[in-house]
Design a protein around this ligand. Sequence first.
Ligand SMILES: Cc1cc2nc3c(=O)[nH]c(=O)nc-3n(C[C@H](O)[C@H](O)[C@H](O)COP(=O)(O)OP(=O)(O)OC[C@H]3O[C@@H](n4cnc5c(N)ncnc54)[C@H](O)[C@@H]3O)c2cc1C
Length: 636
Amino acid sequence: MQFHENGFQPGDPSISDPRQRVMAPPLKQPLPERADVLIVGCGPAGLMLAAYLSQISNLSVCIVDQKDDRLLVGQADGIACRTMELFQSFGFAEEVEREAYGVNEAVFWRPGEHGIERRGRIHDVEDDLSEFPHVIINQARVHDHFLRVMEQGVNPIQPFYGRKMLDLVRDDSQDYPVEVRFEKTPNFLPQAQIETVRAKYVVGCDGARSRVRSAIGRELKGDALNQAWGVMDVLANTDFPDVRFKAAIQSKDQGNMLIIPREGGYMFRVYIELDKLAENERIDREVMTVDRLVEAANRILSPYSLDVKEVAWWSVYEIGQRLTTAFDDSNNEIDPRVLLAGDACHTHSPKAGQGLNTSVNDTWNLAWKLAHVLKGYAPKSLIRSYSEERQKIAKILIDFDREWAAMFSAKPKSEDNPDGVDPAAFQAYFQKFSHFTAGVGIQYEQGPWIGSDTHQNLAKGLLVGKRFHTSIVTRMADAKPVQLGHVHKADGAWRVYVFASDALPMSDECQVKSLCEYLDQHPESAVLRSREGLESDALVDLRVVFQQSHDQFEWPSLHPRLRPSKGRFGLRDYEKVFCSPVRWGQDIYQMRGIDRSGCIVIVRPDQYVSDILPLGDFQGLEDRFSQALLGAPSDK
Ligand SMILES: Cc1cc2nc3c(=O)[nH]c(=O)nc-3n(C[C@H](O)[C@H](O)[C@H](O)COP(=O)(O)OP(=O)(O)OC[C@H]3O[C@@H](n4cnc5c(N)ncnc54)[C@H](O)[C@@H]3O)c2cc1C
């Protein structure tokens, strides 16, 4: 898609008239008195959480922001492969991919004899890292998609804008233990007015200067040294040849910059490293102007030049590598009631494009946990695992970013500067962390919701604690090639993927048949137990992959558990059974190292592999769900 050739216009570029892209202004309604979940902040972290909870019925959710309306332009723009996988589970990854710039190669420029020279070129994402590319798109468009999902969910949610969160208090003697006060902003209402919401859980997605964080006494801790970056989205002409590649540019003595091509084919983003700041010092915005940024960019790019026609957005973005010690208000005596996510609990440089990605992955981890506890499916202690799991990931990010930022800022190694950074080492470091920056390197540690690696050899490419790595299979009922992992929607359900042995489906040797019979004979099974009043697959969704092709057995021969009745007419669900033979490429057993004797792969609602078991280990399956899920909604 090409757009913005006549200047930047916010909104959906597939609507040709920019005036038609304008969304209705938000409703000016009073805040509710109570909510199961109160989210402070409509950035990517808050919107992801609200979008997920909008897919879960019968939860009251309130999301509030001090801004007057939705974001239109600016802030982050890098969407990692893993984040695209999350978007897929909401149904909008393909739309984002169509509109966005896809990053294929990254180039590295270093000082040469006559100004900068290209010294390296690498593939940005290695093959089969993900079915989705790494893309670049305006953060505001990501917000738009989340807002649409929220509006259209089974539990529709609309943000309340124009309210600034002031403070909160927790009183565990109450059913809704956290009381939060908001003040209407002057644009919303000229006279100050306070509103109060009581919530079971409060999630502070309120950015780097989070009030929720200070209200629970947590602090961002980290390096004293702050770094300021000038960032501008420009429509410009240039003779620099790599302006449509992601380019890291180090000049000899004029500083460093990054070029990030943007959606639409014309616009690109320029990040320019500014001076280091002392602790608590802020960049003087009167002194820093967009003209100065353009001049700096031209100096770094020499002998090339930049002729800027329009600046769509610019900012001076100050960062420090900081992290809070815990992402909630719990201690040894009390379970969490107030949680932090996104920039509210970790900040870092924009160089590796992790701000938005890490933030949405925080609330992706938290959303199903809140839903499980509020619905009474899991004990409250599940929510403790949010901080335990995500704080460690943020720590890895901060450590990576500190080193990457130092390498980026250091002068290149040369005869005059023997202590500088070797350009080859810089490039190698970038490659080494590519799984982490793509978001697929995250591996949660063993605990109540992640099993051991005892049976890892049964599926060597589906690592326990890592995200389920999809591969193509053939849907049995209609021979359609599909990504198996795409059945895993953002809906709060666990998936149990049963990879069959090569025994004929539904023969006496077929252990899939034995599993179905076991479930029939044990109606109290933990795998089935929490589904009262729900569709049979609403909490634990069983999917099977056979090694035979779809024409080697008949659909009616399948056990009824593999063709469950759904909806008010009891219609058969034809999408539970898949076949590994595919028309093109390798089958999933080969792609993911699955043992031909079969196995069971249990995947958490956030798509992380919880356990791998031998095919006949029905007790192991039982134990995993007995540990993870409660029998009755008593522990609310
Ligand atoms: C000005 C700016 C420029 C940025 N530029 C870049 C960039 O160039 N590249 C990059 O990778 N990342 C950039 N980022 C960072 C990136 O946008 C964030 O990492 C990402 O948005 C984090 O998402 P979040 O949801 O945690 O927080 P945010 O996106 O910061 O959202 C926080 C939300 O909380 C609201 N809020 C704050 N306090 C209150 C309160 N008391 N009451 C009610 N609402 C409140 C805010 O209005 C905001 O909407 C930038 C961030 C900012 C703020």
